[in-house]
Design a protein around this ligand. Sequence first.
Ligand SMILES: Cc1cc2nc3c(=O)[nH]c(=O)nc-3n(C[C@H](O)[C@H](O)[C@H](O)COP(=O)(O)OP(=O)(O)OC[C@H]3O[C@@H](n4cnc5c(N)ncnc54)[C@H](O)[C@@H]3O)c2cc1C
Length: 419
Amino acid sequence: MTAPASSSPVPRVAVIGGGPAGLMAAEILAAAGVAVTVHDRMPSLGRKLLMAGRGGLNLTHSEPLPAFLGRYGAAARRLAPLIEAFPPAALRAWAQGLGQETFVGSSGRVFPTALKASPLLRAWLARLAGLGVAFKLRQTWAGWDASGALMFRGADGATAAERPDAVILALGGASWARLGSDGAWAPALAAEGVALTPFAPANSGFKIAWSPGFADRFAGTPLKGVAVSFAGRTVRGEAMITRDGLEGGAVYALSAALRAAIARDGSAVVEIDLRPDQSAAQLAAKLDRPGRGDSLANRLRKALNLAPVAANLLREAHGRDLPADPAALAAAVKAAPIVLTAPQALDRAISTAGGVTLDAVDDALQLRARPGVFVAGEMLDWEAPTGGYLLQACFATGAAAARGVLEFLSQRERKGPAA
Ligand SMILES: Cc1cc2nc3c(=O)[nH]c(=O)nc-3n(C[C@H](O)[C@H](O)[C@H](O)COP(=O)(O)OP(=O)(O)OC[C@H]3O[C@@H](n4cnc5c(N)ncnc54)[C@H](O)[C@@H]3O)c2cc1C
């Protein structure tokens, strides 16, 4: 789709927020001939994308699309057509076009071979500059003034008003505020009558009242190859002991259900299987051959190859007096109950649940309360586990919002300036 052509002046679009969603929208709009300005409150763009690059930059996932779309839970129905229009294969081809080959890791996750974001972001910003995109940095969007103009606050506190033909808001979630997205945009949208769901940490760790000795000794130690279960769902992976809790992929994947249970019941109990590859009977058989004089910790290490962190976790879970009986001890290893008391602070979460409700936007991601204003990325109310689903949805919604803007501009052109 291209912008309205011919004698009319080139339409001007403000993209506010220069993360993956906003930059993708800017690229599509600029390629269609629109005059695009990207505004961002930070001195440089894509800071959270660069942070994601520290973990290798898991861009997307290679699983079949139906399973992929299922990862978005309640939001899947609304996001599906947008992701189908910009699916994982399109994202990989786009990255390749920027000189970033991708590969599928053993878990099906897709990464750039560079395993970082900086080369991709550099090439992307150069492409955008080549397309004529203008960048206005250190400009914080502060809502609309009484005349309907966008208000921006500069670093010096001075305000500026802008009146573009259309707007894309891609302001991110409300975690890792030091990277730019702080959620401070919410009151400006609420004042316009836009329905918002309160922010909540997604893909977050949880607080646990470890005994002081355990926290001192094991904070920062991973529990490798475990399975974490909650409410009938089991996730295999890694979990990391923190000073006051537990984080890591296996916990993040359960975080939406855990968050809801804690809000309802005040706490939630996960069960950790420390040896998920072996049955309780197999473990019991191994434990049934005690070495003479071995302590319980030594028995667990020698018979089951349990690391000290895992053996000590058993005591945190079951109390100091673990059963000596092999079957009972094996059962304890297969299901260590750990009480989670609260999600970690929102600012530490990998992503944010809540934000602009999907009912507040139409299928083109245009705000029903504010025609001509479109919303993309993490500021929309959807959540998904880690695994590349977050970035994929940010890129896809950025692309969808850009298509929506092009359609909006051409409809306006057809109706004439009075419309
Ligand atoms: C540590 C970490 C690792 C991650 N790893 C992965 C990963 O491997 N794979 C994955 O899929 N996802 C990952 N994510 C999540 C992913 O990075 C985000 O979901 C994604 O960056 C969100 O994109 P976005 O464009 O919606 O918002 P952001 O990237 O947050 O960009 C929003 C932009 O808006 C600007 N802004 C905000 N408010 C204003 C305002 N009022 N005025 C002007 N500008 C404003 C911000 O400065 C920012 O530049 C990770 C996140 C973290 C924190």
